[in-house]
Write a protein that binds this ligand. Structure first.
Ligand SMILES: *[C@@H]1O[C@H](CO)[C@@H](O)[C@H](O)[C@H]1NC(C)=O
Ligand SMILES: *[C@@H]1O[C@H](CO)[C@@H](O)[C@H](O)[C@H]1NC(C)=O
Ligand SMILES: *[C@@H]1O[C@H](CO)[C@@H](O)[C@H](O)[C@H]1NC(C)=O
Ligand SMILES: *[C@@H]1O[C@H](CO)[C@@H](O)[C@H](O)[C@H]1NC(C)=O
Ligand SMILES: *[C@@H]1O[C@H](CO)[C@@H](O)[C@H](O)[C@H]1NC(C)=O
Ligand SMILES: *[C@@H]1O[C@H](CO)[C@@H](O)[C@H](O)[C@H]1NC(C)=O
Ligand SMILES: *[C@@H]1O[C@H](CO)[C@@H](O)[C@H](O)[C@H]1NC(C)=O
Ligand SMILES: *[C@@H]1O[C@H](CO)[C@@H](O)[C@H](O)[C@H]1NC(C)=O
Ligand SMILES: *[C@@H]1O[C@H](CO)[C@@H](O)[C@H](O)[C@H]1NC(C)=O
Ligand SMILES: *[C@@H]1O[C@H](CO)[C@@H](O)[C@H](O)[C@H]1NC(C)=O
Ligand SMILES: *[C@@H]1O[C@H](CO)[C@@H](O)[C@H](O)[C@H]1NC(C)=O
Length: 436
């Protein structure tokens, strides 16, 4: 019985040497049949091979990785073997064939690497062709994005942001770049972390002083894999925290006809019997706790957790006891600010002319017309004046700057409208008119 087995083994061995047979525990390559890799990245494919070595004498063993169906060698530990130009230095037989290790490493993976490969082992006695155990490399598009790590961003504090390129490879290093605002001063340092096993991780760090201007801006980190001309980007939105700005206080007047007007001055003269609404607006992140106070009395407090940087309070049907100083206080975890509006009563004499007449409605229209004419005149004057100024100064950059300022004011007002829309449609429309 054992003689027959020995004979069978011998036959099998010779068949294997010719690459005819494979189905044996004693003759095989243990390697994944399919490996998926992203273009530009790398892979280390573990591989072991086995065969019956009864007849082997020890002599000059070498391993070779071939392209399926071709005589081209992509990697070998045999320095005398010619290696395919396209794969030289990128494909490496990192396993030791003497230890029956055929592990293969590939760097800077290209789309053209996507094919089948097989291993061959040779020494002075035997040539083992393992083409029946092919390894398929599947190359897909670069999908991984860099990882970004952002420290807490607080206005005026130095902040670090890190970016780590995908892949732990030892091939061509990716180039990491940022979309930093050119007006923002920052320091960039790119560095390499050596991992166990010889692979490298590529990182970049930027340091900058955050300001409220950067809040909600997007920061991008891009890793460019130049060997395959592919890049990958991750993006993060900056959340810069800052203390509340000085409050902007506006006063809205609802007259007897129900129409509204708006005052921005910090000192206002009131008329008895009229209803006023005062609105306090700050810029802060996170949103501030807002309080309207008169002396030591709290008139209104923002109702947290409602997120808003606006708080209004109403003075209904005012009387002389409503005169005084109204204070708006804003506080968040980074600081506080306050502003006030002084309310004084109009003397009865100066009030008298505007109170004469009978029909309130007609009066309102007259006043409105007068105001409109006044506004139109003032605007005309402004247009003429600014035209002259521009003509004489001829400084295009300054005009650009002031336009920018207006635009940003409009943006700020728009966000106020949105918040007010929920609160009081009326104020919203008045504010909108004011800006338009
Ligand atoms: C084969 O070689 C690779 C690369 O040197 C190594 O990482 C792996 O552990 C080896 N495998 C075995 C089974 O020794
Ligand atoms: C290995 O065997 C396959 C199938 O028999 C053959 O096509 C290929 O040429 C052989 N490779 C080498 C290097 O002998
Ligand atoms: C960006 O990086 C972060 C942090 O590592 C990660 O959680 C996130 O998934 C990445 N974004 C994308 C779009 O991949
Ligand atoms: C990385 O990109 C920057 C900006 O494009 C360039 O100035 C720099 O030379 C590049 N570095 C390398 C190593 O390619
Ligand atoms: C940040 O500000 C500090 C002082 O305020 C300054 O010393 C430092 O150079 C600034 N850092 C950067 C990156 O501009
Ligand atoms: C931040 O930016 C996003 C998109 O640009 C916008 O939808 C959002 O309203 C902004 N948030 C703030 C608080 O400005
Ligand atoms: C590299 O990629 C960029 C962007 O995809 C493209 O504009 C450029 O032509 C490419 N360069 C080469 C050499 O293929
Ligand atoms: C990568 O960087 C190189 C050199 O800066 C540039 O020519 C190429 O277009 C970049 N590729 C991509 C895909 O951005
Ligand atoms: C309001 O009046 C007080 C004193 O009456 C004064 O100290 C304060 O500066 C005034 N505030 C405004 C905004 O005019
Ligand atoms: C306003 O107050 C006066 C005096 O207290 C009162 O006579 C009048 O009815 C009030 N008007 C309204 C609309 O509440
Ligand atoms: C804002 O108000 C809430 C609720 O009253 C309070 O818990 C929180 O501490 C306040 N925040 C600040 C910064 O004062």
């Amino acid at each position: 019985m054992s003689d027959i087995m020995a004979l069978v083994r011998l036959i099998v061995f010779f068949l294997l040497r010719k690459g005819v047979l494979c189905a044996s525990d004693e003759y095989k390559v243990i390697v994944p049949s399919k490996v998926t890799v992203q273009e530009g990245l790398c892979v280390l494919i573990p591989c072991e091979f086995r065969y019956e070595n009864t007849m082997e004498r020890d002599g000059a063993p070498h391993g070779y990785w071939y392209i399926e169906g071709q005589e081209e060698v992509v990697a070998s530990d045999d320095v005398n073997k010619e290696i395919l130009e396209d794969t030289r230095d990128r494909f490496r037989l990192v396993g030791n064939p003497r230890k029956r290790n055929c592990s293969l490493s590939i760097n800077d993976i290209r789309k053209s690497d996507g094919r089948d490969y097989y291993f061959k082992y040779e020494n002075n006695d035997i040539k083992l062709n393992f083409s029946l155990f092919p390894l398929h490399i599947n190359v897909v598009d670069l999908q991984d994005t860099p990882d970004m790590f952002v420290q807490d961003l607080i206005e005026g504090k130095e902040t670090k942001v890190f970016c780590r390129a995908p892949g732990r490879c030892s091939g061509t290093p990716p180039n990491i770049t940022w979309n930093m605002d050119s007006e923002l001063e920052y320091e960039q340092r790119n560095y390499i972390v050596d991992n166990a096993g010889g692979s490298k991780t590529h990182m970049s760090r930027i340091i900058f002083n955050a300001t409220r201007k950067h809040n909600n801006k997007s920061l991008k980190c891009t890793a460019n894999f130049s060997s395959v001309n592919r890049s990958t980007t991750n993006i993060t939105s900056l959340n810069v925290e800052y203390p509340p700005s000085a409050p902007v206080i506006r006063l809205f007047i609802t007259d007897e006809g129900g129409s509204m007007s708006i005052h921005k001055s910090n000192s206002v003269v009131i008329q008895e019997g009229v209803t006023y609404t005062i609105l306090c607006t700050v810029d802060s992140n996170p949103p501030a706790n807002l309080t309207w106070m008169k002396g030591e009395y709290i008139l209104e407090e923002s109702n947290l957790p409602k997120v808003s940087n606006n708080l209004q309070t109403s003075l209904l049907n005012v009387t002389s006891k409503d005169i005084g100083s109204y204070r708006c206080e804003a506080v968040n975890k980074h600081g506080s600010s306050r502003g006030s509006m002084n309310v004084t009563a109009q003397s009865s004499e100066s009030r008298q002319p505007s109170k004469e007449g009978t029909g309130c409605a007609t009066l309102s229209i007259e006043v409105l017309v007068a105001i409109m004419v006044g506004i139109t005149l003032v605007m005309l004057l402004l247009v003429v004046v600014s035209f002259c100024v521009i003509k004489t100064i001829k400084k295009k950059s300054k005009v650009g700057e002031s336009n920018m300022k207006e635009a940003s004011d409009n943006i700020a007002m728009d966000s106020i409208y949105q918040e007010l829309q929920g609160q009081q449609m009326h104020i919203y429309s008045v504010l909108k008119k004011e800006v338009d």
